[in-house]
Write a protein that binds this ligand. Sequence first.
Ligand code: ZN
Length: 345
Amino acid sequence: MRAIVKTKPSAGVEFVEHYPEPEIDVDQVLVEVGATSICGTDAHLYAWDASAQAFDPQLPFVMGHECAGTVVRIGANVRSLAVGDRVAAESHIFCGACYMCRIGNAHNCYNLKLLGVTRPGAFANYVALPASVCFPLPPTLPFDIGALFEPSGNAVHAVQRAGNLDGCSVLITGAGPIGLVLIQLAFAMGASSVVALEPNPFRRGLAAKYGARALDPAKADLDAIVRADYARHGGFDVGFEVSAAPGTHEQILRAVRREAIVVCIGLPNRAISLDISEFIAKKMIVLKGVFGRRIWETWEILLALVEAKRLDLAGMITHHLSIREFEHGIALLKSDSAKVIISPN
Ligand code: ZN
């Protein structure tokens, strides 16, 4: 089968035409990949930077963790799926036995393996998946959209963590794919206004299309915006930090009101310092984070919103490439793009 394989602890990947098909064990299924999408994590793995090495992947491995496809073989113990089922993959492969799994927090399993990072991934014709991480898709849902459930689910989970958004003003730092889903979700969940900070003009255009006031962080004067439009509350009611760009945490903590909720989604590649006295103790901001999706609550909320057309994932797809063009796809992440779909053929 064709596969994108990370073989060396340096920048780059290998496109392999004849890579061995994965074997499945009794609890797994073999999925013929229909579509995958490229994530910022893939760009880090490609570059083999500090963020990539922090995951401690064992070389060589097939990359790719955002995927959907068709079940073509099932292990002897699998009862929940049948050959021909269409599924999307939860990339957080949980053990099901540890404390976090047992209390319903499998996304934060103590023995977590990450598809396409610390387990063989989906930039290939076939991927082996535990049946326990397969999310059944309706027959009419395209694989391109199914592949976007994993990244979009991070945004849904962030909104779950933020709680009630009725009438809230929302500030989002970063209008990449997760920020773009957050903008739509915030409005779907009752937010009154959304300001999105995003340096890329193309992405600001998408953010504006979804109803946000999209601003260039290098030029936006957030203090002036708060004074002009959010003075009654003393700042934004809710903040979502997505970009993990330098300075954004401080920026968001300053721009939200007292006792606001701020949810961190972006992963800074180094420790950052925060003024705990000012922001957490005195301003009483509630700082939360998300890593992955609640299994399967997040996925079911997402599916319901997509099926009801309250959430447009298709509009975020800017490029369709073949697996041979993977490196071009990585380059596109740094230019005018949102989601890049990779077909295995
Ligand atoms: Zn576990």
